[in-house]
Design a protein around this ligand. Structure first.
Ligand SMILES: [Zn+2]
Ligand SMILES: [Zn+2]
Length: 93
């Protein structure tokens, strides 16, 4: 397996919020629409994530084209010591 550690700073998983009261981010695989360039995760239900980009049939939420997608390169490597994120997100909502 190739190492993609250089990509670890790239956002390749969805950081949207799950609808339904889940206390953790979506972390779904992100896909990019080849037609309009929109990036988002795919959910089996409509609007299951605040950043959902595709529905179950890979239809783009942005432009409505189905099947024109590519997976955003995932450099997400399971790390045992990645407990804390250095970024401080002010969730003052
Ligand atoms: Zn998502
Ligand atoms: Zn699109």
């Amino acid at each position: 397996m190739a190492s993609y550690e250089k990509l670890k700073s790239d956002m390749s998983v969805c950081d949207g919020e799950r609808v339904g009261g889940y206390p953790f981010p979506c972390h779904g695989q992100l896909y990019r629409c080849l037609a309009c360039g929109a990036v988002g995760c795919r959910q089996t239900k409509d609007h299951a994530c605040s950043k959902q980009g595709f529905d179950v049939s890979f239809k783009c939420y942005g432009c409505g084209v189905a099947g024109q997608y590519e997976a955003v390169a995932s450099g997400h490597v399971q790390s045992k010591s990645a407990a804390c994120s250095p970024e401080r997100i002010a969730n003052a909502d």
